[in-house]
Write a protein that binds this ligand. Structure first.
Ligand SMILES: CC(=O)CC(=O)SCCNC(=O)CCNC(=O)[C@H](O)C(C)(C)COP(=O)(O)OP(=O)(O)OC[C@H]1O[C@@H](n2cnc3c(N)ncnc32)[C@H](O)[C@@H]1OP(=O)(O)O
Length: 428
């Protein structure tokens, strides 16, 4: 990062093909998904038995039995067992945050290289019993004799205790799902259904074209019979998208978010290798791009701000710190949580009122060139295993910059909880 001792290079990244939940990876779990991508990086960059400074890996939906998932997965990856691992979570920003964690350590000289990664599966979510049964089971565990155990099991037992608790899909503070919140944003910013469907269609077309061109040949490692993302629909059309019913606001007749312009519930994992110039050179590895700077922001969605609007706040801070304008980029990677989220973000940056009143700017940030946005598709077509998306985007953007020879890319990821994680990659 800038103004620090060492530049932080992205050596490269990999991911498994992402897929719909309860399909190809239904029985894999976060451990298997994580081992797969860490192992793929080890293979590609000759890291067998190599001790890295850190493996920061996260999963948003994780079982307690996964323990420290990062450490457990790296122990099965081929890396030296003396490599430390930390498990993290910041919703959809998780693996971009992990890159920031690893990058900061490299930048100040604490470590020389590390991996940032993420995995998620909605095929195997932690389902728990209510507090009453949990207390009963723990008390049974403490009871000394079989008779004591039986007494604890039966005393005051009610069948209702067996009711399982599923992980919530709603924001705890508002009791609204991410889709409900994004519907509110779409209405506030007057984002049409047609514009959302068009963006979704383009995401599928661009991803299909990128696969055809071979762009993903070294980025996507085949897994469990999959070679391409399970969500990709090269045959999708505007007519098919327009025919889909609203997925969240189903009753008012004004809902615009559908299964076609929202991300689907996904399984998958991704990882990137970050290193100092010296470390990479010593190992004969080249740097694709440098992580120049990053910024995280949060919005007050409980009191009216759009839940997924925090990147609109983070990006101007990032630009100001680096003396850049919104137009100073060759690529924009804006995570497509929903098509409407991307469109709200772009509209907010174009709005003089929002930029003045919310962002405290003298002038709007302005428009971006749409030809530079998510050039090889994004989460609508790729899929969105929450914690894996950041590493997927870093790997894609770093390769784009390497292919271009020089240039700069902006990453913007909205997250649950009203946060935004953003970063700049650059190839001088
Ligand atoms: C988490 C963070 O921190 C930040 C974020 O990213 S927030 C974003 C997180 N994402 C979400 O919250 C969205 C989660 N997604 C969902 O809950 C569900 O996918 C959903 C409610 C949007 C849809 O669920 P669903 O109805 O089961 O979808 P699905 O069955 O796949 O599709 C419905 C129909 O649309 C069709 N369809 C979907 N995409 C299509 C496309 N591109 N073209 C044409 N048809 C399409 C399907 O074929 C299906 O048609 P049939 O009913 O005829 O089979």
């Amino acid at each position: 990062m800038e103004n620090t001792q060492k530049r932080v290079g992205v050596v490269g990244g990999v991911r498994v093909p992402f897929c719909r939940n309860n399909t190809a990876y239904a029985d894999v779990g976060n451990f298997g998904l994580s081992v797969k991508v860490l192992g793929a990086l080890v293979e590609r960059y000759g890291l067998h038995g190599v001790e890295l400074g850190e493996v920061a890996l996260g999963a948003v939906i994780k079982h307690a039995a996964d323990w420290n998932l990062a450490r457990e997965a790296l122990l099965s990856s081929g890396l030296a067992p003396t490599t430390p691992g930390i498990t993290t979570a910041r919703a959809c920003g998780t693996s971009l945050d992990n890159a920031i964690i690893v990058a900061n350590k490299i930048a100040v000289g604490q470590i020389e290289a590390g991996i940032a990664a993420g995995s998620d599966t909605t095929s195997d979510v932690p389902i728990v019993y209510g507090r009453r049964l949990r207390k009963r089971l723990l008390a049974m565990n403490r009871a000394r004799t079989p008779l004591d155990k039986l007494k604890v099991a039966l005393h005051g037992f009610s069948l209702r205790e067996l009711k399982p608790a599923f992980p919530g899909v709603a924001e705890p503070r508002t009791n609204k799902s991410m889709g409900d919140h994004c519907e509110l944003m779409a209405k506030e910013w007057h984002i049409s259904r047609e514009a959302q469907d068009q963006l979704a269609l383009e995401s599928h077309r661009k991803l299909a074209a990128a696969y055809e061109s071979g762009f993903f040949d070294d980025l996507v490692v085949p897994f469990r019979g999959l070679k391409r993302d399970g969500f990709l629909r090269p045959d999708s059309t505007l007519e098919k998208l327009a025919a889909l019913k609203p997925a969240f606001d189903k009753r008012s007749g004004k809902g615009t978010l559908t299964a076609g312009n929202s991300t689907g519930l996904s399984d998958g994992s991704a990882a990137v290798l970050l290193a100092s110039d010296d470390w990479a050179a010593r190992r004969g590895l080249t740097i694709q791009a440098y992580l120049r700077d990053a910024e995280v922001a949060a919005v007050d969605f409980v009191h009216g701000e759009g839940l997924l609007m925090a990147p609109t706040v983070a990006v101007p801070r990032l630009l100001a710190r680096n003396g850049l304008s919104l137009q100073d980029f060759d690529y924009y990677e804006i995570h497509e949580a929903f098509a409407a989220q991307v469109l709200c973000t772009l509209r907010a940056w174009e709005s003089a009122e929002y930029c003045r009143n919310r962002l405290g700017l003298d002038a709007p940030l302005g428009s971006i060139d749409p030809a530079k946005l998510n050039v090889h598709g994004s989460s609508l077509a790729v899929g969105h295993p929450f914690a894996a998306t950041g590493a997927r985007i870093i790997a894609t953007l770093a390769k784009l910059l390497e292919q271009k020879g020089s240039g700069r890319g902006l990453i913007s990821i909205c997250t649950a909880g009203g946060m935004g994680v953003t970063a700049i990659l650059e190839r001088p």
